[in-house]
Design a binder for this molecule. Structure first.
Ligand code: NAD
Length: 501
């Protein structure tokens, strides 16, 4: 007799000590957002499973930390090669579980792979400093040493790229790692673990667990984990930061966003509108660097809104794996309903609905169409909240001063952009705006892997951004060594504070 379809679904494994395992206990559902169907089950790990992952990572740490830097770099180089060979397959998993279009998924996987490329340069990146004769016959040098067992907790919207911001950097620096990807998109992380093993990574250096708050809490309170990287929404980022601090862990917690694009009247409006359409509706607005608020200055507003409407209504909505589709569905039915709720709210707040995406004609899946509001005011809920959907708000201001003040009054400060032909205006904006990543005629200024990614204010809790040199700093501790050799007949320090003169 055939089993009911529900029981035939595969369960995504966890990855502990180089092996795929399916733990007992609670299970969650993974959806294909384009069809609305459950496609897999995912274990929601408890503290016992997390502890097993920590034990594996702890056991693997001494040998990996002491492996030569060149060996670590060579494993990374092979991993890079395998990621490139499997880019299409990883992108397909992203599209299947997240919903974004295949070309968009390919681009996001590529941006993640670039961090691995950067991590291959770890021999150069870990070089310390050396000063000869800081005192008579006394030398000082610094070394960067691994922090220990590190963990990463990642969001649903970049199932490959955001994990790749973290674990290659940590592992190249000599740490071992436990990744807990979003339980909504668990499969790509397991595929990456298989590829890393194939590249020659010793068992236990990279582990993947799945789960929700219970798994996260077990990570945050486990004494065997020394550093936590988090990317997700602001309330959870704040919780992660505070809880890690309480447990004495190093932490970087990247939060949500409300990114503004300021458009001056001298901007090339056709170019600007194209850029804004991609930044607002790409990935159905489910990007932490999406532009969700356009600040139109003076006479830019009317022609810009006309162009945005014309371009937004042409966007082809549908399943992300179908040729010609430009915008896929949202991640879950709950999230779709939340986004639709914001559209209703915007209408009741008397923002002007220029384009209504509430009806898409799709019979299944979690779709919302492109939506555009004009005359949005700072006090409105649709402006104050991160909607994380294909809803673009236009606010009108009279001057650049007003625009900068508006951007700076936001509690979020991840990314922002200015569109103008004026170098002076752009320079002033770049200098005065209180935001972590700034674009000048670049709508989504996501830094390349050899720079660092991170916001300010409620978009980042912690001090260091991810990847680039800040990633190296986060995943290492600096040790400063002062050296003297007695046979060189230098004076002894005695009881006074040594001055080394
Ligand atoms: P989320 O905060 O709901 O989840 C992120 C991670 O935290 C997931 O692994 C999830 O399992 C876990 N989590 C969820 N609820 C938890 C709880 N109560 N306690 C402990 N852990 C919990 O975020 P999401 O919905 O997966 O992702 C979208 C959000 O991520 C958006 O706010 C977006 O702006 C943000 N994001 C930020 C960046 C950035 O670089 N700043 C990048 C990507 C996404």
């Amino acid at each position: 007799m055939n089993k009911p379809a529900e029981l035939q679904l595969a369960t995504v494994s966890v990855w502990i000590n180089g092996k795929a395992v399916i733990p007992q206990g609670r299970m969650g559902e993974v959806f294909n957002p384009a069809t609305g169907q459950v496609t897999r089950h995912v274990p929601l790990c408890d503290a016992q499973v997390i502890d097993k992952a920590v034990q594996a990572a702890t056991a693997a740490l001494p040998a990996w930390r002491d492996a030569s830097i060149l060996r670590r770099a060579r494993v990374m180089q092979k991993f890079l090669d395998l990621l490139q060979k499997n880019q299409q397959q990883l992108a397909a998993l992203v599209t299947e579980e997240h919903g974004k279009t295949l070309p968009d998924a390919m681009g996001s996987v590529q941006r993640g792979i670039e961090v691995v490329e950067f991590a291959c340069g770890i021999p150069q990146l870990l070089k310390g400093e050396y000063s000869e004769n800081v005192g008579t016959a006394v030398d000082t040098h610094t070394v960067r040493q691994a922090v220990g067992v590190c963990a990463g907790i990642t969001p649903f919207n970049f199932p490959v790229m955001v994990p790749l911001w973290m674990f290659p950097m940590a592992i190249a620096c000599g740490n071992t790692f436990i990744l807990k990807p979003s339980e909504k998109v668990p499969s790509a992380s397991i595929r990456m673990a298989e590829l890393f093993k194939e590249a020659g990574l010793p068992d236990g250096v990279f582990n993947v667990v799945h789960g929700d708050k219970a798994a996260v809490d077990a990570i945050l309170s486990h004494p065997g984990i020394h550093a936590v990287s988090f990317v997700g929404s602001t309330p959870i980022a704040k919780y992660i930061y505070e809880t890690c601090a309480k447990h004495g862990k190093r932490v970087q917690a990247l939060g949500g966003a409300k990114n503004h694009a300021v458009v001056l009247p001298d901007a090339d409006l056709e170019f600007t509108a194209d850029a804004l359409i991609g930044a607002a509706y790409g990935s159905a607005g489910e990007r932490c660097m999406a532009i969700s608020a356009v600040v139109a200055v003076g006479s830019a507003a009317d022609p810009l809104i006309a162009l945005l409407k014309k371009k937004a209504e042409k966007i082809v909505v549908g399943p992300g794996d179908k040729d010609g589709v430009e915008m896929g569905p949202l991640i879950t039915s709950e999230h779709r309903d939340k986004v639709l709720g914001f559209v209703e709210k915007g209408i009741s707040e008397k923002a002007r609905l220029v384009l209504d995406g509430r009806k898409t004609g799709m019979r299944e899946g979690f779709f919302v169409g492109t939506t555009l509001f004009d005359d949005v005011k700072p006090g409105m809920e649709i402006y104050k909240n991160e909607i994380f959907g294909p809803v673009l708000s236009v606010l009108r201001v009279k001057t650049l001063d007003e625009a900068i003040a508006l951007v700076n009054s936001s509690p979020y400060a991840n990314g922002t952009a200015i569109f103008t032909e004026s170098g002076g205006a752009a320079r002033r904006f770049e200098n005065e705006v209180q935001v972590g990543m700034v674009g000048v005629n670049v709508p989504i200024p996501v830094p390349v892997a050899f720079y660092s990614f991170g916001g300010w204010k409620n978009s980042l809790f912690g001090d260091l951004h991810v990847h680039g040199m800040e990633g190296v700093k986060f995943y290492t501790r600096t040790k400063v060594v002062t050296t003297r050799w007695p046979h060189q007949d230098t004076p002894s320090a005695g009881l006074n504070m040594p001055t080394l003169g």
